[in-house]
Write a protein that binds this ligand. Structure first.
Ligand code: M6R
Length: 604
């Protein structure tokens, strides 16, 4: 949660910080702020709401000489999204920005209050700057004070701190929240929570490890590890392709990302399919030696893709598979056996709850695998093995292409395992591989289909709720459809197994209850149809998504007839995504930045 940026050099630091924050706005947009030290003077600006408000406030502020600057875009955790709670937080002579949570802030704050320190905000972050200034009084240098401060903090953080006594220095520390640093051709240094703000400025970047801290100045770059040993940065090349992060003429990033699914799934398949087998060069097959069970763990949309995997792994690979919501798994004292492969699934690779379950599994000595979209993310660096989903940068807060590529990876993985475990005949695996090659075509959006859904969406803007229902893998898809709709339309929606409706929810049936019924031809069609008929008989409004005509539906969104239920899955996935998108647009919502949400949930 939250995005931070930093810069030290002679260029226009205001522009660099604001542009960087723009790239990170998806991480939180409750408020934003910057602090810049030029010569002897600090200038600090804060504004609630989106970055445009900060742009407006800083329009007359000029940075035309050497300066050091830090910036922040916030997703509120401690304290309301007010200007006082916005970062950077100030002490008497210093400013700090922070992403994460300081768990022992209350204790530190109590002591600081007893010392007579005056707090302006309700945040956990503000203690950092005051604690630093307290330590400064008894330290031989600002860096020593910073180091002591970091040692006193418990929790997760990425921190940048600047202070008047060191006019050419930015202090940094990272533990559990993402942060990286880049250097440009003039040896000027940049910090950010992810690499996109640095594209166009830096060609080489260093990802900090948990426990790293240090400082940069025009001539120095000093990094210490958690064990207080000085270390060299490890620079990797940064992509120069910023174009992919633009909207390309689509109204919203989410829309663009739905349309991109054809291309990114093609990328996901690249080099991973031969005629008769699935190849994952990035993992050793020995990862599965001695494994009798797979445990999947994730949050949100990634949980839904993983739920789909439970059907595929048991059906095709014949491997016992279970799944858990990460935030539940963390605290229920689970039994972890060493013959279980622990698999976490995450678009960002930074989700705090999922990351924590990975740490638990590692601690318990389990083999671990991450299915992730962001290379070098915390989960990728921690897990024993990694399969990247190759969806590219996903900017829409409502995940679409990440989900599509995750399910694609899981379908491939079920066949990879089927071969390893000899649970499927060779010819059957070949047939499945041929089907997988058809996924990119199944997710192509036709103008006619989009137009049809757009027109239909006007009938679904009210009512007292939506039920997305499906059976088998269409149940996780129903959950995902409902999540998409509620995230961006703010309408109440639930995903339910079709067969469960008569065990309670059918009591809600009336014309104002909208049922989005997933009716694939090739998986339990007759059974799913009867469940929908039961709802139709009670006058619920039915919108069926199916390749087949269905006379009990009020509306039908047709999909192409496919050879297999998994291809129907992908066809329907696109329909539920576009339906949510169009309903949300009609309601006038900000599709890419829905209220109360953030792209990356790096707090529990
Ligand atoms: O980055 P992750 O896949 O770990 O994120 C998990 C969830 O926070 C995420 O899927 C969230 O539910 C999305 N907003 C769904 O659209």
């Amino acid at each position: 949660m939250c995005g931070i940026v930093g810069y030290i050099g002679k260029k226009d630091s205001k522009r660099i910080l604001l542009d960087g924050l723009k790239e990170l706005e998806y991480r939180g947009y409750d408020s934003a702020g910057i602090a810049v030290l030029q010569g002897d003077n600090f200038s600090s600006f804060k504004a609630t709401g989106k970055l445009i408000n900060l742009e407006e406030k800083t329009k007359d502020f000029v940075t035309d000489k050497f300066s050091i600057g830090i910036g922040h875009t916030r997703w509120a955790t401690h304290g309301k999204p007010t200007e006082l709670n916005a970062h950077p937080h100030a002490g008497e002579n210093s400013y700090v920005v922070h992403n994460g949570i300081i768990e022992n802030y209350a204790e530190l704050k109590k002591e600081l209050l007893e010392d007579g320190v005056h707090f302006l905000s309700q945040t956990d972050t503000e203690v950092i700057v005051h604690q630093f200034e307290k330590n400064l009084k008894t330290s031989i240098s600002a860096f020593e004070a910073f180091k002591i401060t970091i040692e006193q903090l418990h929790g997760a953080y990425a921190i940048l701190l600047v202070t008047k006594g060191e006019k050419e220095t930015i202090f940094f520390a990272k533990n559990g929240s993402p942060m990286l640093m880049g250097i440009d051709s003039d040896n000027e240094k940049y910090f950010a929570s992810s690499d996109t703000p640095l594209i166009g400025h830096c060609s080489d970047i260093n990802y900090f490890e948990d426990g790293d801290y240090g400082y940069v100045s025009p001539d120095a770059l000093v990094i210490f590890s958690q064990k207080n040993l000085q270390k060299e940065p490890v620079f990797t090349k940064l992509s120069t392709n910023k174009l992919s992060a633009q909207k390309d003429g689509y109204r919203f990033f989410m829309e663009k990302e739905i349309y991109e699914q054809h291309d990114v799934i093609t990328d996901t398949l690249l080099g991973r399919l031969s005629e008769e087998r699935v190849i994952f060069e990035e993992i050793e097959s020995s990862l599965f030696d001695g494994i009798n069970e797979i445990k999947l763990c994730a949050c949100g949309t990634s949980y839904h893709s993983a739920l789909t995997a439970t059907y595929l792994f048991e059906r095709y690979s014949k491997v016992k598979t279970s799944i858990e919501v990460a935030s539940e798994f963390r605290y229920r004292e689970p039994i972890m056996n060493k013959d279980t492969l622990f698999v976490v699934i995450s678009q960002s690779g930074e989700t705090a709850d999922t990351l924590e379950t990975l740490k638990m599994a590692k601690k318990a000595g389990l083999k671990t695998l991450v299915i992730c979209n962001v290379d070098n993310s915390s989960m990728v660096r921690l897990a024993d093995a990694c399969i990247l989903t190759r969806a590219g940068v996903e900017k829409g807060v409502a995940s679409t292409k990440a989900f599509a590529t995750q399910v694609t990876v899981f379908w491939m993985m079920s066949l990879y395992l089927a071969e390893l475990k000899s649970s499927m005949a060779k010819e059957e695996i070949q047939k499945q591989i041929a089907l997988i090659r058809e996924i990119p075509a199944s997710v192509r959006v036709s103008d006619a289909m989009h137009e049809h859904i757009k027109r239909l969406s006007k009938r679904y803007l009210h009512g007292h709720g939506f039920f997305f229902i499906g059976r088998d893998v269409f149940y996780p898809l129903a959950l995902e459809g409902a999540l998409k709709l509620k995230e961006i339309s703010y309408l109440h929606a639930e995903g339910y197994p079709s067969g469960e409706m008569k065990h309670g929810p059918i009591a809600l049936a009336d014309p104002e209850l909208f049922t989005i019924a997933l009716l694939p031809e090739h998986k339990l069609y007759e059974k799913a149809k009867s469940n929908v008929e039961e709802l139709s008989a009670r006058d619920a409004t039915i919108c069926a998504i199916s390749p087949l005509e269905f006379d009990k539906a009020d509306d039908l969104i047709p999909i192409n007839r496919c050879k297999d239920y998994m291809l129907e899955f992908f066809e329907m996935m696109v329909v539920v995504q576009i339906l949510s998108l169009e309903i949300s647009i009609r309601l006038g919502n900000d599709v890419d930045m829905p209220r109360n949400l953030a792209k990356s949930v790096t707090v529990e």
